[in-house]
Design a binder for this molecule. Sequence first.
Ligand code: NAD
Ligand code: TYD
Length: 348
Amino acid sequence: MILVTGGAGFIGANFVLDWLAATGEPVVNLDKLTYAGNLGNLASLSGDDRHVFVRGDIGDRDRVDGLLREYRPRAIVNFAAETHVDRSIHGPAAFIETNVVGTFNLLDATRAWWAALAQAERDEFRFLHVSTDEVYGSLDAGAPGFSEVTPFAPNSPYSASKAAADHLVRAYRHTYGLPTLTTNCSNNYGPRQFPEKLIPLMIVNAIGGKPLPVYGDGLNVRDWLYVGDHCSAIRAVLAGGVPGETYNVGGNAEMANIDVVRSICEVLSEADPDTDYAALVTYVTDRPGHDRRYAIDAGKIRRELGWEPAETFASGLRQTVRWYLGNADWLASVSSKDYQKWISLQYA
Ligand code: NAD
Ligand code: TYD
């Protein structure tokens, strides 16, 4: 079996569902259930004994040691993290605690357990760390996309904490020989994403007739990766990636934020032509230190592992909008008082 951390969050939950459907191999899922974790994401697995959920913190050494001893996973996929840049600006401490100290703890517990395995099991074992393109910093317009050798230049507390974790993963390979793999991907979108990130926030606000808050001039550029494509990329890296290597994963979909928001409005208008969703667009004060552009050169994973995204931005966005329109109960379940508090704090 494999151990997944953070598997009740957006990408982790999509990965667990995708993994079980694609491989059938059992999963132990360690998740702290922060505000971003939601067991409702995994409701379709209730009663499925291929999925074992454990509530716990990757920073809890005893808990991680115990899980490794009990389940003896052949691989670990580490999604657990604090992930929202705006929250890292308001409160960076939790990002250091989970993304840096927590990842260190997970690595160190894994190293100690892995070192005592028989040689064949040690060779087969993989520790796959899921990271972000934000570790590379911001690109000028027209500059080539980030490659695996682009120097790190993180600009937010979030990206700095992920960069620190990536360095620890590298060091555990170099120093102890732990068979690590790292993926650095672009902005994900798709079903089950907590509505604090750009795409789900805009969909949810538009459905509710609320303003669509675009930061600054709306011309910051991101590359958009459909979450199902990210899951298939992680499967490809786990199966064929070379220990110690990093792989950039992108969606071939660079877009300015305002164009993303307009596309969401267009898809919503197809179902509801009488509502002028685009009229809800509101320009608001920019994010401090807002990175201007991210872009990915995904040539390495394409050449070496034959992976390419299956979705275009148009097809992925249509599936995403349809999912949010069809899952009002899920939306109600994540729109708690805490969520409202965050929205008031961030958009006051
Ligand atoms: P998310 O915020 O939706 O979910 C994070 C999950 O981790 C939650 O279920 C939460 O409860 C859990 N968690 C948090 N702290 C924990 C801890 N200390 N111990 C155990 N579990 C903990 O995040 P996501 O968008 O699914 O991102 C998953 C991973 O992918 C993260 O490592 C993130 O940095 C990376 N990533 C995300 C994106 C994106 O666009 N969402 C892009 C690139 C990389
Ligand atoms: P986000 O989804 O927070 O991802 P990241 O900052 O990790 O790339 O934001 C994506 C882009 O959208 C980013 O340039 C900031 C912008 N943005 C807005 O304009 N308005 C918003 O309300 C949010 C959440 C993001």
